[in-house]
Structure formats: C-alpha cells, structure tokens
Write a protein that binds this ligand. Structure first.
Ligand code: F0G
Length: 457
C-alpha cells in the first residue's frame, strides 16, 4: 500500500479561504512583501511554521478541561513534569512559555561576553539569545551537509573534529556549553544520528563541558534514527528518545513543535545549582516554577502531547507525508535540500532561480511568488534571515544557503492539501524565469525578517 493515510479522523473543522491573484497582489503590497505581515485569513495553506500550529487531539482538549489552575503545585504541573521526566530523564524541569524563554534563561545564566557556543546549526532565536549575552554562536555542521543536493542519512550531524579544534583554539574555559539541535531546523530539518550525539557527548565529557540538546523536534529525530541508523529498527521510538537524552546534561524545548500544543516550552538540567539560578530568573520574568508563564491547562496538554507524538503510526504518517511533498517536487526538477526533512521541505532558491543574485534575496522572491500564485505562505531561510555584516567594511555577507521553507503543521492539513501544494509549486517552477528579485527598504537591527519591508526589483 503506498497511499498515505492520516491516522486520525476529523472532529472539528476550520474553514480556509480562497483569494484571487489580484487580491493577493494588493494584500502583499500593503504588507511590504513580508509574509509575516499578511493576515492568516488571507492565506489558503499556511506553511510559515510548524510551531504552535498543531491540531490538538480530543484527548488534549479533554485535558484542557481537566487543567488545574492552582497558582502553585497544581496537579497539571506534576503530570507535565512526570511526562517529561519519563521521556527526557532529566532531574530538573523548568516550564517556560515557549522555547526561546528557555533559551534566554539558559544562556543568560551560562554565557558571558567572550564565550563561544558551538551548535550543529543555531536556530535564529537561539543564535540571537547567545549573541545577546555577548557570546559567539558557532555553527559546526559537516562541510558535505552544506551541499543541498547531497543525500546523506544524518545531515544534521555536528562536525566532531571541528568541535575538538574549536575547543583547542578557543580554550575550554570560554565554552560554557555545547549544544546540538535535533532535528537541525536551519540546516534543512535534517536528523542527527545517535552515533553523533554519543560522539559529541564524549567530547563534552572529556573537557568537562555541559552538553545540551535543543529538543524541539526530538520525536521526529528519533523516528529517523529508527528508520536509518543500524541497530534501531526494532527499538520503540520512546526508548530511542530516552537514549538520546541520556547522553546530555539538559535540554531546551519548544513544546510548540513535538509536544503537539499551541504554546509552551521547558528547560531541563541535571545540575541542581544551575536549576536554582534558572528558577530564580524564571520567577522574575515567566512565573512560579510550577507553571512558568503557562496556564494549568497548557501543562496538561503538553503532558498528553508528549505521549501522542511518540505514537509510531503518527510518526510514520508524519514523515511519509513530508517526504511525499519533497519527492514529488524534486522528481519534477525543483531543487530541494535532500533528503526531505522531518517537519519541512526546503526549496533551494539559489539553484532554482539562478537569474536572481543573492543580493536580491532569491528565497524571499520565491516565497512572494508562491503566495501570489497559490495563496501558500512559506518562509525565507536565507540571507534575509541570516546575512551577517562584515566587521570591517560593514557590507552584508550572504548566508551559506538561500532556502524557502515549507513547514508542515502537525495533523492540520490532509493529503489533498499537500497535493495542492505540489501542483502549485510545479506551476511556479514552469514560469520561474519571470520571478523578480527584491530589495530591503526598511529593517530592524536584529531578527529583521519579522518586520522588514521589501520592494520588487
Ligand atoms: N529552536 C529551534 C530549533 C526552533 O526551531 C525554534 C523555533 C526555537 C528553538 C524557538 O522556539 O518559537 O517556541 O520560542 N522555531 C520556529 C520555527 C519559530 O518556525 O521554526 P519558540
């Protein structure tokens, strides 16, 4: 059987709205050609992010009603804490309102000016939080993983030799922690192998450097390990997840991804002294340590979501559906980051639109066209998001890749929606030489992609 079926049925529906191309042209002009600024009501298929966009299950909605809203030590808190301990195995669990709040607390306590934090690839908020604390965020992906066309099973793996070199050159005392992001979102949603996690952990132990995992998409990563890494085919995915975290000293988590909820996150550590300092900071800005800025009902939904996400029928469907989208557009000649990632397909806009120079942001240009042509919202992950400034000349240095991400919300769209996306992309591909580059007319000093305005060239 090759047909992909959703392992759920639909109990509640939310209408989506068709618009005309002329309407979309007007809407986009008003939004300064920034898709973050387009109303969701004017989007047909919203692939901007897989974050906080999941459909919750009937069990989760039932949990919402059961949520204990006590300020301190609520029943829902203990359910969430125990669900996290059961999978992640860390002693201290600190709830936060989302992933970046966990990052802010982690880095502001562990990092100071002059420090260096290695990661396979920092996500944008992770990088921004490291840099905001005066530290340098270093991406240590293997060179072959930077080639979008290369088909490798674990393209998210950190370059362990490069890590050793960084420690030798910068000095162990300047590295407050080593981090690895599973799956590697900014590098194409690519998984990290257990072997690599083990190797990075061994290096961290050798130098006595804490090792943390950015765990947003841990279940998807564990499923890829089951599919692709020798020795794991017969292991339950929950056991694989447990093994992953057994090699780490802690993690940050945006529950908005693999906890199948619309808001929430947490920070874990085995270091009691650190946990004390983290809780103090939590109280200052997020809330009491048994709710951390969340409602009791949110804690409940996270506890249930963490169990559901490890259901193997769900993961099989989830990864097959994303792969289906990637394979169908790639087979028709659209260059994508290969192999298809877990939560998203990344179109290689630089390869698809060779007539648009990187200074004219081919990724932004393509995401604009996908909206104009089909009402699909995607996001540029290229130089708009990640360009750097040359310290001497002040000139903008382009990002290593110019990608457009099509992130698939969990349990939200059906296979016919995915077929619509495939057809639309193929139509855009057929007249791609007509797509024009863009320039930035207004931008913020950091995380500029959220608010910048563009003009078509
Ligand atoms: N780490 C990774 C790998 C992420 O993908 C994200 C968020 C975060 C941390 C921050 O979590 O949003 O809950 O504060 N990624 C979303 C995305 C925004 O669209 O990829 P958050």
């Amino acid at each position: 059987m090759s047909v992909i079926i959703e392992p759920f049925k639909i109990k509640s529906v939310e209408p989506i709205r068709m618009t005309t191309r002329a309407e979309r042209e007007e809407l986009l002009r008003a939004a300064g050609y920034n898709l973050f600024l387009v109303n969701s009501d004017d989007v047909l298929i919203d692939l901007l992010t897989d974050s906080g966009t999941s459909a919750m299950s009937s069990e989760q909605w039932a949990g919402i009603m059961r949520g204990d809203e006590a300020y301190a030590c609520s029943k829902s808190w203990y359910r969430m804490r125990d669900a996290i301990r059961d999978i992640f195995g860390f002693e201290h669990v600190i709830p936060t309102h989302q992933g970046r709040a966990a990052e802010r607390i982690l880095f502001s306590i562990m990092c100071k000016k002059g420090d260096v934090v290695p990661n396979n690839t920092h996500f944008d908020t992770t990088r921004a939080n490291v840099e905001f604390n005066g530290a340098e965020a270093l991406d240590l992906l293997k060179a072959e993983a930077l080639n979008p066309a290369a088909i490798l099973p674990f393209k998210g793996d950190m370059d362990v030799q490069a890590l050793e070199k960084v420690i030798a050159e910068k000095g162990r005392e300047r590295i407050p922690l080593i981090m690895i992001t599973i799956t590697n979102n900014s590098g194409g949603g690519q998984p990290v192998s257990m072997a690599n996690i083990r190797a990075v952990s061994a290096v961290a132990k050798k130098y006595n450097i804490p090792f943390y995992i950015d765990a947003c998409r841990f279940a998807e990563n564990a499923w890829f390990i089951k599919l692709r890494e020798p020795g794991y085919a017969d292991k339950p995915v929950k056991e694989i997840a447990r093994e992953i975290f057994s090699y780490a000293d802690g993690c940050t988590m945006s529950a908005k991804k693999d906890a199948l909820v619309n808001i929430g996150g947490f920070l874990c550590t085995n270091d009691s002294k650190l946990a004390g300092a983290q809780r103090d900071l939590l109280i200052l800005t997020e809330g009491f340590p048994t709710y951390g800025g969340l409602a009791g009902r949110d804690l409940e939904a996270i506890a249930i979501g963490l169990t559901e996400v490890l259901n193997e029928d769900y993961l099989r469907y989830r990864i097959a559906s994303t792969e289906y989208l990637g394979r169908h557009i790639a087979d028709a000649g659209v260059p994508i980051v290969q192999p298809p990632g877990g939560h998203a397909i990344y179109i290689d806009a630089k390869a698809m639109l060779p007539h648009i120079p990187v200074e004219q942001y081919p990724g932004q240009a393509l995401s604009i066209e996908l909206y104009l042509a089909a009402g699909i919202r995607s996001v540029e992950i290229g130089s708009v998001m990640f360009a750097r400034k040359d310290a001497v000349t002040g000139k903008e240095l382009p990002a290593p890749m110019e990608l457009v991400r099509l992130a698939i919300p969990r349990r939200v769209y059906t296979q016919s929606h995915i077929d619509y996306v495939v057809e639309s992309i193929l139509e855009v591909n057929a007249h791609k030489e007509r797509i024009r580059g863009v320039r930035i007319v207004k931008q913020a000093p950091f995380l500029r992609h959220f608010s910048a305005s563009f003009a078509l060239i």
